[in-house]
Design a protein. Structure first.
Length: 397
């Protein structure tokens, strides 16, 4: 493949690995500053019960402006990605021939959206096969075909969310700074709003800031939390949380975990120990592992997912911070290359800004506004409003 000869495929560069470490270092530096302001948590396990109702807003406040729908916000959030590839995409499918130049430019366009080399190669090879099978001769006829191929790469099985309807323990993993704790809080609030009995567990005991943040989200969501002091054994927190979940007939237990890739051996041992405790103490529960990835980091997020998948099973992916990223294609690359479904995406700070992943909406938002008309057709359409209507032509007043 012509364009791929300029790049190496499927290899992690030193720069990418260094970027993983840099992201963690920056996040941890920020957390150190935050921890200075946090009071010490009691050494015993804290079982915080939160009132079922959260106080309403004070009277007299001006009503908030009406919020856009999720698809509108998603489309807006992916604007940078669309803009980065729209000109190439539009011009590409106006080409007259399906030649090597067409496929080379398609490869480059998809890679520039952060879909990655392997995923792009798979899409292009699939396109070539369908072009041959359907006897397609013109580039313009391939536009919807390419989008449908990409959509097929993103499909999520109907059973992906079965865990939400069972007694489930959810281990939420990921490096520091990707929005892990925030995602747990949003999920807790949404599950509770749907009538689920939810419990949180603060098993990231290496950071006082993480414990404090999770307590804040528990209060905001109106759910209980199991926590210990900073430096406690994470598995002890999990043990207490599982016991509490069983005794209270909890529907979903959400566990926040630590994430330090530079200490992979300890991470692997810690996650394995947590799973052993859960399966031993709560064998009837479903265990779900969700990894949280920062959508703004592009291929670095894919590398993080690879490293975590090498030490623990991953059942689903949460991609955060997709509002305003120029690397929106990474969601396609992650699901395609790891064969793990993207289950939730985040596009903002509010509770309802984290939603179940809808492949059709995502692809539509990613490729919205691509104009397949010719330049002459665009010129005519833009000026058609200036043409008098028939009624105006015969208006004698």
């Amino acid at each position: 493949m012509g364009w791929f000869t300029k790049k190496k495929k499927g290899e992690t560069t030193e720069e990418e690995l260094q970027e993983v470490q840099t992201q963690e270092t920056v996040a941890e530096a920020e957390e150190v500053e935050t921890e200075k302001e946090i009071s010490e948590v009691p050494s015993e396990t804290v079982d915080t019960e939160i009132p079922a109702e959260i106080p309403a807003d004070e009277p007299g406040e001006a009503p908030a402006p009406q919020k856009k729908g999720f698809f509108a916000r998603l489309k807006e959030g992916l604007t940078k990605t669309r803009n980065s590839i729209s000109d190439s995409f539009n011009n590409l499918f106006k080409a007259s021939e399906l030649d090597d130049d067409f496929y080379d430019e398609l490869e480059e366009t998809l890679v520039m959206s952060d879909m990655g080399y392997e995923t792009t190669e798979r899409i292009v090879e699939d396109l070539k096969a369908r072009v041959k099978e359907e006897h397609i001769k013109e580039a313009q006829a391939c536009r919807d075909l390419v989008i449908n191929i990409i959509r097929d790469q993103m499909q999520v099985d109907e059973t992906a969310y079965d865990f939400e309807n069972k007694k489930t323990v959810v281990l939420v993993i990921g490096v520091n700074g990707v929005g892990k704790t925030t995602s747990i809080g949003k999920l807790a609030a949404q599950y509770k709003a749907r009538g689920k009995k939810v419990l949180m567990a603060a098993a990231d005991t290496f950071r006082a800031a993480a414990i404090d943040q999770l307590k804040t989200w528990a209060n905001r969501a109106g759910v209980d939390i199991i926590a210990q002091n900073e430096g406690a054994d994470p598995s002890a927190v999990v043990y207490d949380a599982v016991a509490a979940a069983k005794s209270r007939n909890t529907d979903i237990l959400l566990i926040d975990t630590a994430g330090r890739l530079h200490n992979k051996k300890n991470l692997m041992d810690e996650l394995a120990k947590m799973r052993r405790i859960i399966t031993r103490e709560y064998p009837e529960a479903n265990v779900e592992s969700l990894i949280v990835l920062d959508g703004t980091t592009g291929q670095n997020a894919l590398e993080q997912a690879r490293q975590f998948s090498s030490v623990t099973e991953i059942n689903g992916i949460i991609i955060t911070k997709l509002d305003g990223t120029a690397k929106g294609g990474i969601a396609i690359a992650i699901q395609s290359e790891l064969n793990v479904p993207v289950k939730y995406i985040g596009i903002g700070e509010q509770i309802d800004d984290l939603q179940k992943f809808d492949p059709n909406s995502y692809v539509n938002a990613l490729f919205a506004d691509f104009d397949m008309r010719s330049d002459v057709e665009i010129l005519v359409d833009e000026n058609i409003e200036n043409i008098p209507k028939d009624d105006d032509l015969f208006d004698m007043n």
